[in-house]
Every structure is written in structure tokens, then in C-alpha cells.
Ligand binder design. Structure first.
Ligand code: NAD
Length: 312
């Protein structure tokens, strides 16, 4: 077990997952929330979850579930949370005015060594750290849901984040067995959502034009592209699909350009007949009252997949 303290602000879905990730490496984790009930619910959830994972041989790290749970404390006092913390992971809801107000409060009480990183999925760090005294120690580390099973973390610095804060965060993510990628500078959507949204834009058009059903599109991913992407990634795939990437582009670059020229304009995603069609087909695949059960299946599949990936 370690003596260093990590603070978690917000004990919802993502705050709970980060807590488990940091305790898995033996850090002393303190959870803070504005709602005391959320804190007790989080403790209860984490206790059950750690023991469930241990029972199934899926617990991360070398400590037992009980040892990991003992690394966890809660507080309703932000000052207590930040005292002597080496790192704070912020996990409050995606509301820019809430984030700004919290970072302002933190700025008044932060110690010099503490790095504060946001879990935000959509806000560039400059939006809520500009002008703060400790802005050089503030950045984003964006996880993917569920973070305990999907290791990617996007580290996104603001223009004023120090290289030391970025490197510290990267090393910390590696230590807790996550897989960080570091953006050289902030960009809207970071990397994952920029790529994901390009895919969703094209899917919107394919369904809108009745070329494919939602189920068939998902099959294209989960029985086709996704199988490769689970371990290769699109660029290594291309590199292997020819005699190297130069050969691939020489052979297929023209075709890629020709197809790309036929893409429609970026669709406006709003309520209307296309969304009705997509929603109807999604709900046929997974009825809304089955979403929770399907999420559980997803987590079980992801766990098996990550175990398999360790063999690669
Ligand atoms: P959530 O609603 O499950 O939890 C938010 C928690 O923050 C709640 O417990 C709430 O009481 C608490 N809270 C609200 N205001 C607070 C404040 N000022 N100080 C302390 N606690 C406060 O939200 P979530 O899904 O865990 O999302 C948290 C962050 O993680 C968001 O920025 C979100 O964009 C990001 N994120 C979410 C997902 C996802 O799939 N849910 C994935 C990646 C990143």
C-alpha cells in the first residue's frame, strides 16, 4: 500500500470507477461529493463491486478486495480532500458553470504539488481553468465508460498546462494500468469523439437513405472492423493490408478519396424521421427495459476481452 493521497471529486459512475482504479494500485483515495448520500452509496457500491471482482478473479492489482477497500475514505469538506493530495480527479456532472465554480473553489485551496485533472468528455480544459492561479497544474484525463474495463485515457493539456503536470498524469495512468494517450494540444472532441462522431455521421446517412439497418451497421463493426480494431487499430491494419503504409496509400489512396467525395454533408442530428427510424431499430435490438442487463453483459464481455488481450 502507498501513503500518497489521491482525491476524487464527485462520487457518481465515473468517480466510483476512478476510486477503484487508484485503490487497485494501493493509493490512499479520498472521495468528496456535495451529496452525503451519494458518498455512502458509493462506498457501498465499491465494497460490493471489489468483492464481486475478486470472487470472479477479475480484481485489478495485487491487493485483496478488503485491502483495497481500506484505502478508501470519504469527506464532505473540499479542503480536507485537497490537503496533501498529489492528484485530484474531478468527476462532477458535465455542466460548464458547475465545473468553473468548482475549479475556482479548488484554486483558492490547492497546495502547490497538487495536479487536478477533469474526467470531462466534452469540455476543453481551457474552458474552465483559464486565469486560475494553479492553471499550470490543471488538465483533462478523459476515461471511456466503463473505465475499469476500458483502459484508454485521453490526456488533454490546456495551453498553459505544464509539461511536468502532463507527464506526472501520464505516469500515474500507466501505474494504475490504464493506457494513456497524450494530445499535444486541446481540440474539441479530443481524439475518441472526433473519430467516433465521424463514424456516427456516416451511419446516420446510411440509415437515412435505407442502405443498411442499424443492426447491420453494428454487425459491420462488431463482426468486421471492430474485431481488427480490438488489437490492431486502423493504421496498423492498413500497414499490414499492403506492403506497408506507403504501398497501401499508393494502391488505395485514390479509392479512399473517390469514396470520400461521395460523403454527404455533416447531418444535423435532431428529432425527426431519421432519428425515429434509428431509435425504433435500436430499441428493437435492445428494448429500453433491457438496457441495464445489456450493460452488465457488455462489462462481462469487455472483461473477457481484456483478459484475452493480455495474451497478445
Ligand atoms: P454522475 O452524475 O454519475 O456523478 C456526478 C457526481 O458528482 C454526483 O455524485 C453528484 O452528486 C456529484 N457532484 C455534483 N456537483 C458536485 C460538486 N460541485 N462537487 C462535488 N460533487 C459534485 O456523473 P458521471 O457519469 O460520473 O460523470 C462525471 C464526469 O465524467 C463528467 O464530466 C462526464 O462527462 C465524465 N465522463 C462520463 C462518462 C460516462 O459514460 N458517464 C464517460 C467518460 C467521462
Amino acid at each position: 500500500m502507498k501513503t500518497e493521497k489521491i482525491g476524487i471529486v464527485g462520487s457518481g459512475l465515473i468517480g466510483r470507477a476512478w476510486s477503484m482504479l487508484f485503490t487497485s494500485a494501493g493509493y490512499q483515495v479520498m472521495l468528496y461529493d456535495i451529496l452525503p448520500d451519494q458518498l455512502s452509496a458509493a462506498l457501498e457500491y465499491i465494497d460490493i463491486e471489489l468483492h464481486r471482482l475478486e470472487e470472479h478473479g477479475l480484481l485489478r492489482g495485487h491487493l485483496t478486495a478488503e485491502q483495497q477497500f481500506k484505502c478508501l475514505r470519504t469527506t464532505s469538506d473540499l479542503k480536507e480532500l485537497s490537503r496533501k493530495a498529489i492528484f485530484i480527479q474531478e468527476c462532477i456532472p458535465e455542466r460548464i458553470e458547475w465545473k468553473r465554480s468548482l475549479y475556482q473553489q479548488l484554486d483558492d485551496i490547492l497546495e502547490e504539488q497538487t495536479i487536478v485533472s477533469s474526467s470531462t468528455s466534452t469540455f476543453m480544459p481551457s474552458l474552465f481553468t483559464e486565469g486560475l492561479r494553479h492553471c499550470h497544474n490543471m488538465l483533462v484525463s478523459h476515461p471511456l465508460n466503463p473505465p475499469y474495463y476500458i483502459p484508454l485515457v485521453e490526456i488533454v493539456p490546456a495551453p498553459w498546462t505544464s509539461p511536468q503536470a502532463v507527464e506526472f498524469t501520464r505516469q500515474l495512468m500507466l501505474e494504475i494500468q490504464q493506457k494513456p494517450v497524450t494530445l499535444k494540444r486541446e481540440v474539441l472532441g479530443f481524439a475518441t469523439n472526433r473519430i467516433q462522431y465521424a463514424i456516427i455521421n456516416e451511419i446516420w446517412h446510411l440509415v437515412d437513405k435505407d442502405i443498411l439497418t442499424v443492426r447491420d451497421i453494428d454487425t459491420v463493426m462488431n463482426e468486421g472492423l471492430g474485431l481488427r480494431y480490438a488489437f490492431l487499430g486502423p493504421m496498423e491494419t492498413a500497414h499490414l493490408n499492403a506492403e506497408g503504409i506507403r504501398d497501401y496509400i499508393q494502391r488505395f489512396g485514390g479509392e479512399i478519396h473517390k469514396v470520400s467525395e461521395t460523403y454527404d454533408a455533416i447531418p444535423k442530428m435532431e428529432p425527426g424521421p431519421t432519428l425515429d427510424k434509428i431509435a425504433e431499430q435500436c430499441e428493437e435490438m435492445v428494448p429500453r427495459d433491457m438496457l441495464a442487463a445489456r450493460r452488465k453483459e457488455r462489462d462481462a464481455f469487455l472483461t473477457k476481452l481484456s483478459a484475452l488481450k493480455k495474451e497478445f
